[in-house]
Design a protein around this ligand. Structure first.
Ligand code: COA
Length: 415
């Protein structure tokens, strides 16, 4: 039995943040019923298409293990069916623009009236306040959540990161809120509202930068490269390039082949506990006891010199050789893996983190499986549903509608 088997999720989500959340719940065994507008569906079905007229990878990779029902929740008959679905489900998840569900006639008060056990979970761009009404996308959240101002190189423009911390990051937060509310409901018997603002989720993931903002009031941030370079700090946490966010200095360094391979780099951390190993590996045994280099505090003003010497060594090795040499010595390093290398990584295939999925219209494609592994509830990846693929099945199984009722609903344009 899957961990969330028996839990019915009424999935009103679209694009990325909400679907990330419901996909996770589906992997854990919940019955996720994705409600989509008839003939239209989730907009991402048609976005960034690589094959004409076939659900995009954007859609397929975010909607595994779900069932799709088409329903016009603005038509009278559609509202009636939607009300019955709310009665039958445990959780409703949505990430519409602010106010959309109220305009549909299904605000939180109405949902509670229909089903007091319902857990109603929402993603919005911002929490209550001046921006509560804004529509928000990934990069807006990265900027408003503090990530962009702290990402990039000193003196250069703020950068957004490729990891979708605004969308997928918020979906992860929301999923945790939902299972927490489900747990609470087992005792209390009542549902509750779960809200995640994308700005808040990004900020939560950037909390070390808020830490540094406060440390700045007590002096310069000595582990930042700009300290050793004699560059004064301003009033806000600066961009720190590839400096590590912890107390152990780290940087991205060139490896053999960097001239032609854009990903021939390694991350290298000068972990204090293994400093002597680092000195031996890079051919600087004299630095082990040297007063300028022996202690972490001595090295801070000389990080360019330190990492320059390490890079002289890493440039003689491939990123995988660096890993093979440093790992046994407990020196933390990490190769910069390209997406191509990740698709070819056998160990990721073996753990189910990278999965090959068959799809009736697009053929086989690769996706990322559930990164959370439960020993008693392993996840299988089931291809995403076609638009409305399970409409009849859901109306019959979940709502007990007859064939005649379903035909009538279709004639009324409700499904
Ligand atoms: N039947 C009938 N109408 C439906 C429907 C259905 N099954 N599903 C959706 N709709 C309607 C909505 O009610 C809404 O109508 P309204 O504007 O008349 O009230 C309309 O479709 C569009 O919904 P909306 O959410 O406004 O989509 P959008 O494309 O304009 O905006 C976002 C997209 C992502 C910007 C917006 O949904 C948003 O800000 N969401 C919250 C933050 C978020 O999740 N952002 C990241 C997305 S990855």
């Amino acid at each position: 039995m899957k961990a969330l088997e028996g839990v019915k999720i009424l999935d009103m989500t679209h694009v990325q943040s909400g679907p990330t959340c419901t996909q996770l719940l589906a992997w854990f065994g919940a019955d996720v019923i994705k409600v989509e507008r008839p003939g239209v569906g989730d907009a991402t079905r048609g976005q960034l298409r690589d094959i004409p007229d076939v659900d995009s990878l954007y859609f397929t990779m975010l909607n595994h293990n779900k069932r799709s029902v088409t329903l016009n929740t603005k038509a009278d008959k559609g509202k009636e069916i939607f009300t019955r679905l709310i009665e039958e489900c445990d959780v409703m998840v949505e990430n519409f623009a602010p106010g959309a569900l109220d305009r549909m006639g299904f605000g939180w008060d109405r949902i509670q009236e229909i089903n007091p056990r319902m857990i109603f979970a929402s993603v919005k761009g911002f929490g209550p306040g001046p921006y509560a009404d804004c529509k928000v996308y990934e990069n807006v959240a990265q900027c408003a959540g503090g990530s962009a101002s702290t990402t990039g190189h000193l003196g250069d423009v703020p950068l957004v990161t490729g990891a979708q911390i605004g969308d997928s990051g918020t979906g992860l937060h929301l999923a945790l809120g939902i299972v927490t509310a489900l747990y609470h409901r087992t005792e209390s018997g009542v549902g509750q509202r779960v809200e995640c603002a994308m700005q808040d989720s990004v900020l939560n993931l950037c909390r070390v930068k808020l830490r540094d903002q406060q440390r700045l009031q007590h002096g310069p941030l000595e582990e930042y490269s700009q300290f050793g370079e004699g560059i004064a700090f301003g009033e806000a946490t600066p961009r720190a390039g590839n400096d590590s966010g912890g107390g152990q200095p780290g940087r991205i360094l060139k490896c053999r082949g960097w001239e032609t391979d854009p990903d021939a780099y390694t991350y290298f951390i000068t972990q204090a506990a293994v400093w002597k190993n680092i000195c031996d590996v890079i051919g600087k045994p004299e630095w082990k006891e040297h007063p300028d280099f022996a202690k972490p505090v001595d090295r801070l003003p000389r990080l360019n010199q330190v990492f320059g010497a390490i890079e002289d060594w890493t440039m003689t090795k491939t990123k995988f050789e660096v890993m093979a040499i440093c790992n046994p010595l407990n020196i933390p390093v990490g190769p910069i893996l390209s997406m191509k290398e990740i698709t070819e990584d056998e160990s990721l295939r073996k753990t189910g983190t990278v999965v090959d999925v068959a799809h009736p219209e697009r053929g086989n494609y690769l996706t990322v499986g559930n990164p959370i592994k439960l020993s008693a509830s392993p996840s299988d990846v089931v291809r995403s549903p076609l638009l409305g693929e399970h409409t009849d099945e859901i109306l019959k199984d979940v709502l007990g509608m007859s064939d005649a009722e379903i035909t009538q609903a279709k004639e009324l344009g409700a499904v």
